[in-house]
Design a protein. Structure first.
Ligand code: CIZ
Length: 358
């Protein structure tokens, strides 16, 4: 794989001007997708912005020969899976990954599946569900084993679908999205177990595995883990009228006491629909919270944590990398292409299509 040589630039204004010029020249040849967590200077150039569900749908519908995905690696992989062979997906900085996605790999998930098969009839009783924040190999695993992909926007629907297929769910890699969603659906704690891939039987007894309806992989998002219940209490003490909005990747102790729990799209819609003057403290990635603050100056928006926590890998895509990606298209010398292996692509597409169908 070829990587982008960065265009040497010190003056950011010049870089932004060059991006605009190249974007205009390339016209419909290129579609720029921007995830909500992107920094403002990059986000401003997105033709379409959204969460991974919306962006994967847009990628699937697009006919542009080049798609520049301003996001992280798993998102670009998803776009490549859903687009045609004639389309090229580019990730401006190939080092833009997701530490949570790295918490479950293909080999580990296959080992856990085999371990489960040693104690229960795994193919007949377990639906594997992977959060979209995962590698193409895990989406492929789900495709092959009758499973599905989910995002934080459709987690409840995908869990409903999955339990309609089989009695149990193996949910990876984010335990918090799985747990918070199931709790909101009324599932009791006794029916959920956490599987630590480093321990025999995930650290569980045979009896608890047999009883479990939801097996949660021991993964997490390090950014959302920084929000704590005491931040919610502190905000409420300072502002009596405040509403606390939390992302479902946050710990249960935060989600349980928040006024609203939802995906980025749901959080944005909630703030947009609120009455003027409503104050919010939001527990999700900082770039999105700052954007909401600017977008809704009549609705005071606070970051839920007193310490700054932004997704450092999301932050990697800067204007310089975006410019280099556009330049590589203009020069007909594509760099930073993300291409999923054909075998994974086939099965991963099946699990993504199951998600898009519900
Ligand atoms: O689904 C996504 O794009 C992510 C990672 C979070 C969200 O809630 O949108």
């Amino acid at each position: 794989m070829q990587t982008c040589p960065l265009v040497p630039q010190s003056n950011e204004k010049e870089v932004l001007k060059k991006i605009q010029k190249l974007k205009t020249e390339l016209g419909e040849q290129v579609l720029i997708l921007g995830h909500h967590y992107q920094r403002e200077e990059v986000f401003a150039f997105a033709d379409i912005s959204g969460d991974s569900l919306k962006l994967s749908q847009q990628a699937a519908d697009s006919t542009s020969p080049y798609i520049i995905f301003c996001g992280v690696h798993f998102m670009a992989e998803t776009a490549d899976i859903l687009t045609t062979d004639a389309q090229t997906v580019i990730l401006p900085d190939l080092a833009a990954g997701c530490s949570m996605a790295d918490m479950a790999n293909d080999e580990q998930v296959n080992e856990v599946w085999a371990e489960l098969a040693s104690v229960i009839d795994v193919e007949a009783s377990v639906t594997p569900v992977t959060y979209i924040n995962s590698t193409a190999a895990l989406k492929s695993f789900c495709g092959q084993h009758g499973g599905i992909v989910c995002t934080s926007s459709n987690a409840q629907k995908t869990l409903e679908w999955s339990w309609a297929q089989r009695d149990k769910i193996l949910f990876f890699p984010d335990q918090h999205l799985g747990r918070n969603t199931a709790l909101a659906m009324g599932m009791s704690d006794e029916l959920m177990i956490v599987w630590d891939p480093l321990l025999p039987l995930g650290g569980n007894s045979l009896e608890s595995i047999q009883k479990a309806k939801l097996i949660l992989w021991k993964g997490y998002c390090s950014v959302h883990m920084l929000f704590q219940a005491e931040h919610v209490h502190d905000m409420r003490e300072e502002y009596t009228d405040i509403q606390i909005l939390a992302h479902p990747e946050c710990d249960r102790s935060v989600c349980d006491i928040a006024d609203f729990v939802g995906s980025t799209e749901a959080i944005i819609a909630h703030v947009a629909a609120a009455k003027t003057g409503q104050r919010f403290a939001i527990g999700t990635e900082l770039n999105l919270v700052n954007r909401l603050r600017l977008q809704f100056p009549q609705k005071p928006v606070h970051f839920l944590s007193p310490t700054i926590c932004m997704c450092s890998t999301m932050f990697r895509t800067d204007p310089q990398h975006l410019l280099a990606a556009l330049q590589s298209i203009a020069d007909h010398h594509i760099t930073n292409q993300v291409k999923v292996h054909e075998t994974d692509k086939h099965w991963a597409k099946i699990s993504l299509q199951r998600m898009l169908a519900i």
